[in-house]
Design a protein. Structure first.
Length: 431
C-alpha cells in the first residue's frame, strides 16, 4: 500500500503541514507508536485489535460455516461494526456465486423487501452481536426466523452465530446447537473486520481468508516509530495534524465501486473512535467519479475545513470504449473506462491542490484479498494513532451507549433514565 501526503503539505495546501510541523508531528508519532506497541504486547482492550491477523483462525471460521456450503445467498443480520466490516470485505473482493445481503437497519419496508428477494431455503443467516442483546439485531433476527419458518425452512439449519461468551444470543445458539463463533476478546466491533465478525460471509462465498489475514499482517509488520517509514501512521498523523489546523471534515472518496462500503466502514471507524471531547473529524462518504458531479464543488470551493482522502487500486480490469461516430467524442476512442476513471482521479487530485485544499492519495496494488486486508488494517492503525495523538479514549463510544439505553427504555426493556429525555423534547411544530 502507498500513501502520498504531498498534497497535504503547506507548499500545496492551506491549511497544510510545513516541513517543521511534519518533523514535530513525527516526534509525537514515535511516542505514540511505543504506547501502541505496549498495548498490543499486553493485549489491552482495543489495542488487541491490531493483533487480529495473527489471532484469527480461518479454519475455525470455515468449519463453522461448512453446513452452509450449499448456500445461494448469505444474509448478515447485525448493525454498526457487526455488519459494516462484513459488507466491506465481501464487496471489495468482488462478485461471488453466493450473494451477500445485509440487514443493518430496522426499516420494516426494506427488511421485508430483502426477505422477499431471497431464496430462504438456500440462504445462510449470519447473526452477529457482541453482547447478544443488541435490540436492532435481535429484533431483525426474530423477524427473519419467523419468515423462514413460514416458508417451511428450518432456520436452525441455516443459521450461524457470532457473539460473546455470554448473553441471550449465545444461549439461543447453545439451545439449538447452532454453529457459533466467538467475537474476539478485547476488540471493539468497529475494529473487528479481520475476525469472524467480518469474515463469515467471505468464508461462505469462498473468498481467500488467508490472503486477507496475510495482508493485515503485512500492514502490521510495517508499523514503525516514524510516519515517514509507515504508510498507516503517515495517514493517521497527517489527518490529525490537519485537524489541529481546523480541518474538521474527512471526505473519503474511493475510485472503485467495490470500495463504496469501505467508505461507510471508515466513517464508523473514524467517527466513533475519534469524535470525543469536542473534537474529531466528521467523516464524509463520496464515490469517484460519481461524486465529482455532486460534492466536489463544495470540497474545492466551500469552507477550507476538509481533507479529501482519495483511494484507488493501481491495477483494475479494463473495458474499452468503442470508437464513437461523433467527432466531438473522438478523443474517447481507443481508451478504456479504467483509464478514464484514473484520469478523473488525477484530475480531481490536481483540482483540489490547485484550490489549496489538502488531499491524500491512498493506493493499493489491486483489489485482491491481501490488498483488502492491508487496507483495512492500515486504516485501523491510522485511527489508533490519531487517537493517541489526540489524547482521546479511542476504543469507547459512550454517546452511542446513551442512545441505546434510551431506546431500550422506550421499548420497555428496563428502567433507564435516558428514556425520560424523550419526553422532555422541546416541540415547535410547523404544518
Amino acid at each position: 500500500m502507498n500513501i502520498d501526503i504531498g498534497n497535504a503539505l503547506a507548499v500545496e495546501a492551506d491549511p497544510g503541514l510545513s516541513e517543521a510541523a511534519l518533523e514535530a508531528l513525527d516526534d509525537r508519532v514515535g511516542a505514540a507508536h511505543d504506547r501502541i506497541a505496549a498495548g498490543r504486547e499486553a493485549g489491552e482492550f482495543g489495542y488487541a485489535a491490531l493483533n487480529l491477523p495473527e489471532r484469527t483462525d480461518p479454519d475455525a471460521i470455515r468449519e463453522a460455516v461448512a453446513p452452509l456450503s450449499d448456500s445461494a445467498a448469505v444474509l448478515t443480520v447485525g448493525i454498526g461494526g457487526s455488519a459494516l466490516g462484513a459488507a466491506t470485505v465481501s464487496t471489495a473482493l468482488g462478485p461471488s456465486a453466493v450473494d451477500h445481503r445485509v440487514l443493518d437497519n430496522v426499516d420494516p419496508a426494506h427488511t421485508q423487501e430483502v426477505l422477499d428477494s431471497l431464496p430462504l431455503s438456500e440462504t445462510a443467516v449470519n447473526v452477529v452481536s457482541r453482547s447478544g442483546t443488541t435490540a436492532e439485531t435481535l429484533a431483525t433476527f426474530l423477524v427473519v426466523r419467523e419468515a423462514m419458518t413460514e416458508a417451511g425452512v428450518d432456520w436452525t439449519e441455516r443459521t450461524v452465530v457470532t457473539t460473546g461468551a455470554e448473553g441471550p444470543l449465545r444461549e439461543l445458539a447453545d439451545e439449538h446447537a447452532l454453529p457459533v463463533l466467538d467475537v474476539p476478546a478485547g476488540v471493539p466491533g468497529r475494529f473487528s473486520a479481520l475476525s469472524a465478525v467480518g469474515l463469515v460471509p467471505a468464508a461462505i462465498q469462498g473468498h481467500d481468508l488467508e490472503g486477507l489475514l496475510a495482508g493485515g499482517q503485512r500492514a502490521g509488520d510495517s508499523l514503525a516509530p516514524s510516519l515517514l517509514d509507515c504508510p498507516a501512521y503517515a495517514y493517521g498523523a497527517v489527518a490529525h495534524g490537519l485537524e489541529e489546523r481546523g480541518v474538521t471534515v474527512n471526505a473519503v472518496m474511493p475510485y472503485a465501486e467495490r470500495l463504496e462500503p469501505f467508505a461507510e466502514w471508515f466513517a464508523q471507524l473514524w467517527a466513533e473512535s475519534l469524535g470525543k471531547d469536542g473534537g474529531g473529524q466528521t467523516p464524509a462518504r463520496a464515490l469517484g467519479a460519481t461524486d465529482q458531479h455532486s460534492q466536489l464543488q463544495l470540497y474545492r470551493a466551500g469552507p477550507p475545513d476538509k481533507l479529501v482522502t482519495l483511494v484507488r487500486p493501481r491495477e483494475r480490469p479494463e473495458l474499452s470504449v468503442p470508437e464513437p461516430d461523433i467527432d466531438d467524442l473522438a478523443y474517447l476512442g481507443g481508451h478504456g473506462l479504467g483509464e478514464l476513471l484514473d484520469a478523473e482521479f488525477e484530475a480531481t487530485e490536481a483540482s483540489l491542490a490547485a484550490a489549496d485544499r489538502p488531499n491524500v492519495r491512498v493506493e493499493v496494488d489491486r483489489l485482491d484479498a491481501e490488498a483488502v486486508g492491508e487496507l483495512l488494517y492500515a486504516m485501523e492503525a491510522a485511527c489508533v494513532l490519531a487517537g493517541e495523538l489526540g489524547g482521546v479514549a479511542t476504543f469507547t463510544q459512550p454517546a452511542v451507549e446513551w442512545g441505546k439505553r434510551a431506546a431500550r427504555g422506550l421499548l420497555g426493556g428496563g428502567d433507564f433514565e435516558e428514556a425520560a429525555a424523550v419526553d422532555e423534547k422541546t416541540e415547535r411544530e410547523v404544518e
